[in-house]
Design a protein around this ligand. Structure first.
Ligand code: ZN
Length: 355
């Protein structure tokens, strides 16, 4: 199904990409994999209506709740509210708030909210791109209400974090950044383009930074975005907390992304994020799970991100990404084949036919 409608020619269509299987796989890789001894698991909780209203309009919340209790339905062209999903949506939001609270209370320096659906496309009163409630924005609001004054959000989901951008577009207490592929606007629920000229307005002018990268940007594209854009921004802004919108759909094997990032790139993202947090905010980072739709590979990319964040010396081998980008040698590779067969081509004849 992915980003297109199901094909009538395929008799066994895949299930929708945003489903429970991806989160179950991430959970099991973290439980069973090499980081298990580094992780402590907390329990989530349901966000209250008042907490959701720190980011979302009351009428919008009522519309989502009513659609859920009426059996579900499309709330925008890209986003469907499931039957009775309101409680699950409150659980995802409440778990993101619990993760933020754990860092703000000093229980831990890093916390990861492993939740679905994703949140970064959700605006105050608009659902978009599988997202209903904006978890990164809820965490940022909690941090501000806890007394912090400068929050940096870093979004490396392969899609533009348009919801988070929109919520804080006129404010400077949250500096929003998003690395994403060049996909532009995608309809009435997503008018923001993600281009560099969306920089914030009013008090927030200059406090929204979009980093659209060309298709196929790869590990080096993301590393350079951190080193050349995000790091100097953090140096200038001096955030007191970093909130990361952590997606894995920039991976080389994601059905919804075209950015060719491998485990090595995600590990580098984690390392750079930890370094920024150490330098500017006593190591404090809250991460919320966004997209990442290959149920086999996205969990490994999450694992690599956490290996980078934790600075583990042993790194998990990449199960899939064994091919570096060698397209610069394509002409030579084809010429080698042609050279090897040049003589025999001249002598090619149809083979003997059987009678
Ligand atoms: Zn995404």
């Amino acid at each position: 199904m992915h980003e297109t409608k199901p094909s009538p020619w395929i008799d066994a269509p895949e299930p929708h990409t945003e489903g429970p299987a991806r989160l179950r796989a991430m959970h099991s890789v973290l439980r069973n994999g090499p980081l298990t001894s580094h992780l402590a698991w907390g329990t989530g909780r349901l966000a209250t209506e008042a907490e959701l209203q720190t980011v979302h309009d009351a009428e919008y919340l009522a519309a989502v709740r009513d659609l859920s209790s009426a059996g579900g339905g499309w709330i925008t062209g890209t986003t469907r509210v499931g039957a009775d999903s309101y409680t699950a949506l409150r659980a995802a939001a409440g778990t993101a708030l619990e993760a933020a609270a754990a860092v703000l209370d000093g229980q831990t320096r890093m916390a990861y909210a492993l939740v679905r659906p994703p949140g970064h496309h959700a605006q105050s009163a608009v659902a978009d791109g599988y997202c209903m409630f904006n978890h990164a924005a809820l965490a940022a609001e909690l941090a501000l209400r806890s007394g912090l004054e400068r929050i940096l959000t870093v979004d490396w989901d392969v899609h533009h974090g348009n919801g988070t951008q929109d919520i804080f577009y006129r404010r400077r207490d949250v500096l929003t950044t998003s690395i994403h592929m060049n996909h532009g606007a995608w309809g009435p629920s997503h008018p923001q383009t993600g281009w560099v000229d969306e920089t914030g307005s009013g008090d927030g002018a200059g406090y929204n930074v979009n980093i659209p990268l060309p298709l196929g940007a790869g590990d080096s594209g993301y590393v350079r975005a951190f080193d050349e854009i995000i790091a100097p921004l953090a140096q200038a802004y001096q955030p007191q907390l970093i909130i990361a919108a952590s997606g894995q759909d920039a991976s080389a094997f994601d059905p919804n992304g075209r950015h060719n990032v491998t485990m090595s790139g995600f590990r580098a993202i984690g390392q750079r994020l930890a370094a920024l947090a150490d330098e500017h905010c006593q190591g404090r980072i809250v991460l919320v799970q966004e997209g990442g739709y290959n149920p086999s590979y996205a969990p490994y990319c999450l694992l690599a991100t956490l290996e980078g964040l934790l600075g583990t010396t042993e790194v998990t081998p990449d199960p899939l990404a064994y091919v570096p980008d060698q397209t610069s040698g394509l002409t030579e590779a084809l010429a080698d084949v042609a050279d090897a067969h040049h003589q025999s081509w001249a002598a090619l004849r149809p083979g003997p036919t059987e009678n």
